[in-house]
Ligand binder design. Sequence first.
Ligand SMILES: Nc1ncnc2c1ncn2[C@@H]1O[C@H](COP(=O)(O)OP(=O)(O)O)[C@@H](O)[C@H]1O
Ligand SMILES: [Mg+2]
Length: 378
Amino acid sequence: MKRLAIGIMSGTSMDGIDAALVELDGSFTNTRLRFLAGRSDPFSADLVTKLKQCIHPTTSTAALVCSVHFELALAYADTVRHLLADVDLTSNDIAFVACHGQTIYHINASRDDLVRSSLQLGDGSVMAQVLGIPTVSNFRNADIAHGGTGAPLVPYADFVLFQHDSNTRVLHNIGGISNITILPARGSLDDVIAFDTGPGNMMIDDAMRILYGREYDHDGSVAASGIVRDKLLDHILGHPFFALEPPKSTGREQFGIQYTEELIERFDHLAKEDIIATLTEAAAQSMADALQRYAPAVDELIVSGGGAANIHLVSRLQARMPDLTITTTDDHGIPAIYKEAIAFAVLGNETMQHKPSNVPGATGASRPVVLGQIAYTK
Ligand SMILES: Nc1ncnc2c1ncn2[C@@H]1O[C@H](COP(=O)(O)OP(=O)(O)O)[C@@H](O)[C@H]1O
Ligand SMILES: [Mg+2]
């Protein structure tokens, strides 16, 4: 039965909230999905400040995390309300909302006295009650409970939406973090390989804020005006994350503001534009290395995420892989900026039908499991 749903994503870039209204039918490989409308709302300056305080070890407090858990839920609900108003629908028209939430911390391996775990803020019960729409949230923890890393989760949706009979496709999302999903031609869910290649826009964004007071390098124009500096490039690519075998995932804990601040201090003799050029080159090169190692026979690379708009970054990737056909998800009916939000609508669709949607081969979980928690409205 066809129904309308809204997927919501707010990623590691902490730029804001992406919400996608889709029409859905069926499940798993019988899923039929049509994108209807999307909306991106930036976070308020106050909320960005609080989110950054929440993730920083010296400024985070339990009281702040508790409060932001609710504040974010209200911000997500506002975006949903605005999206519904944009298209003249009401909450009664929507079967469910699926919300990833904002990752505040993610621990992949037990260390010291910490266990493997993940925390996404933006409470589902608050959203469901405020909106009057059942809301699925907290997608990662069931996978972690079965020994997985709880990430990446989008590969399930990539498989459902993009798997092809004759082409080996790679879905490449360039958000704060860059991740790829390899879909071998005629492959099954068990054949899917997916992992984070490393930073996408995250280090570039942080360096742009520190060096230029800007949020990001629009179209990659600053990077295009600089020169790549080999010592800095080698230093970044020497990060132990790049040598790890997949499955692997990363985040702000490894490539966040502290790491980029240290790099900029260490290489402060370089021109600002050279630093941006080199960070962009490091991102492109680490992406190309991952593709060459794990997807040498790819027919089509399909990019998405805000980084797909960084023309310089994508051209550097193409320069390293001249024979590769690069398209965007827009070419396949899925707007690049809403692809992750749409993916969470696909995951929520499975959860609402009591069906699993992790990819054990990608997360390392011992088995398929139903993801998330459903908050009902009555
Ligand atoms: N025109 C553009 N030129 C360069 N970078 C862009 C452009 N538009 C968006 N971006 C980048 O995309 C990022 C947001 O991407 P997004 O897919 O929302 O990531 P996340 O999922 O981590 O929030 C911005 O922080 C910025 O770095
Ligand atoms: Mg974003």
